[in-house]
Design a protein around this ligand. Structure first.
Ligand code: NAD
Length: 495
């Protein structure tokens, strides 16, 4: 029988007050139920927030290096359980094992980085403009953090948020995506095993409307960190404005790889295969546009199309397979709809464009790697995030045209250019409108210690990862210490 998972609220594993449950199934084999989960509501959220609020004072007063020590232990435990977590993750969301292992590794890297940040959390000391006076700034925690995450990186993304939130001294109410609740539950179990006190971490399972919205609207949640689609990000931004809470939004992308005529074409080919079809195209940084210089256009397509057709689709637990299924039936239908839209708009389908259900894939949501050529900038497949294995190819005649095209997007997350010309590489670094630019690498491959995020409608200016995320999870407090023994008026007594 499938395991009955629980929420963790106020220091205990419990069911939702609704008594309702939802199922989590394997997208590579829809007959397989991974588990059932509480289908929670606003009352469960409120209980979790009250618990997190109660725990806040003790946690905020725990020295930051000690909070960091606990997160270091979380890193050790993630290392110990890595293989087991990766296998569960592949079963619940379909990515191939090499990628789910990478997802857990990102959590491990994030833990060790966050642990050491507990010994930094630097402020500044600054000279005062008045005699016998001392100025400093310090970082203080904010309160209860609401964490809302997507399903495509079920371990990495929650750790990007929860570890810095905790090391900074905040307490947490965590709502994972309902497509990946098992991996999220494992993370909470590990946080507790490592010594995070009860009530400091709470997990509430359920959907966006029933659980996500109450988190965003709750008066006692002082900050929300959200990763997901731009459509939901905009709703969250509106709702959160009512209580003026701090909000970090990491949203969609329409990332492009440019291949110039002087590029190493074999390297560029490996890059686009990995960038477009790795994770079945379900990464916010996935390559969904390919911009080819006209001089190498035909040659590159002759290399790309057969290579895409040779990718092995199947259950990610089989290490021979390279591309797993889409996350669910809805996503499969969405991808197929975009393929029809592309055809109707006049783009030419050169490979893929249909579901794959041969052999062991019959019970999963597999979709053939798909490539469109003759794509025009104003087509929907050129502009909208599809979140599947669909690549739109464009032909350009110059570097300037390539940059103009790559920037012709409402999104601005990741980008890539393959060239051997150092001048062109530096101009691309400067001129591409994106949070991330890779030179001679694919659009995917972020490292945990580097800031991560995008411009335009990919976000609202915050960054995950590295040192910058700690700014989101802390407030700056400024302190003036006057040891002159008299009233000193700034801007007045020293003029
Ligand atoms: P989604 O926006 O549908 O859902 C994300 C999370 O928000 C889920 O937990 C969902 O239950 C919750 N949610 C849904 N509606 C809500 C609402 N009204 N209020 C509060 N919470 C709500 O996204 P998804 O399908 O899970 O993930 C795919 C999307 O995430 C893609 O657009 C992808 O580009 C984006 N993504 C972005 C990044 C990044 O760092 N920029 C990383 C990974 C994924």
């Amino acid at each position: 029988m499938a395991r009955e998972y629980k929420n963790y609220i106020a220091g205990e594993w419990c069911d939702s007050v609704t008594g309702e449950r939802f199922e989590n199934r394997n997208p590579a084999n829809w007959d397989e139920v991974i588990g059932t989960f509480p289908n929670s509501n606003a009352e469960d959220v409120d209980r979790a927030v009250q618990a997190a609020k109660e725990a806040y004072d003790d946690w905020r007063l725990t020295p930051a290096p000690m909070r960091g020590e606990i997160i270091r232990k979380v890193g050790d435990l993630l290392t110990q359980y890595k293989e087991d977590i990766a296998r569960t993750m592949t079963r619940e969301m379909g990515k191939v094992l090499a990628e789910t292992r990478g997802d857990v590794q990102e959590g491990i890297d994030t833990a060790y980085y966050a642990a050491t940040e507990g010994r930094r959390l630097f402020g500044h000391t600054v000279p005062s403009e008045l005699p016998n006076k001392f100025n400093l700034s310090m970082r203080i925690p904010i309160g209860v953090a609401g964490i809302i995450t997507p399903w495509n990186f079920p371990m990495a993304i929650p750790t990007w948020k929860i570890f810095p939130a905790l090391v900074s001294g905040n307490t947490v109410v965590f709502k994972p995506a309902s497509d990946t609740p098992a991996t999220a539950t494992r993370l909470v179990e590990i946080l507790l095993e490592a010594g995070v006190p009860p009530k400091v971490i709470n997990i509430v399972h359920g959907g966006g409307t029933r659980v996500g919205v109450p988190i965003v609207e709750h008066r006692d949640i002082r900050l929300v960190s959200f990763t997901g689609s731009s459509a939901v990000g905009k709703l969250i931004s509106e709702k959160a404005s009512k209580t003026l809470k701090r909000v970090s939004l990491e949203l969609g992308g329409k990332n492009a790889q440019i291949v110039m005529d002087d590029a190493d074409l074999h390297l560029a080919l490996e890059g686009v295969l990995w960038g477009a079809f790795g994770t079945t195209g379900q990464r916010c940084t996935a390559t969904s546009r390919l911009i080819l210089h006209e001089k190498i256009y035909d040659q590159f397509l002759d290399m790309l199309v057969p290579a895409a057709e040779n990718l092995r689709l199947g259950d990610g637990l089989d290490e021979n397979n390279q591309v797993g299924p889409l996350i669910n039936e809805g996503q499969l239908e969405k991808v197929d709809e975009y393929v029809q839209i592309g055809k109707n708009e006049g783009a030419t389908l050169v490979t893929g464009g249909e579901r794959y259900s041969e052999g062991d894939c019959a019970k999963g949501f597999f979709y053939k790697p798909t490539i469109f050529v003759d794509v025009k900038r104003d087509m929907r497949i050129a502009r909208e995030e599809i979140f599947g294995p669909v690549l739109s190819v464009f032909k350009v005649s110059s570097f300037d045209e390539a940059i103009d095209l790559i920037n012709d997007s409402t999104y601005g997350l990741s980008s890539s250019i393959y060239t051997r010309d150092v001048n062109m590489a530096f101009k691309a670094m400067r001129d591409i409108e994106a949070g991330i630019t890779y030179i001679n690498g694919p659009t995917i491959g972020a490292e945990a210690h580097m800031p991560f995020g995008g411009v335009k409608e990919t976000g609202n200016g915050h960054r995950e990862g590295g040192w910058e995320v700690f700014e989101f999870y802390t407030e700056t407090k400024v302190v003036y210490v006057d040891y002159s023994g008299r009233l000193q008026r700034a801007q007045i007594d020293n003029r």
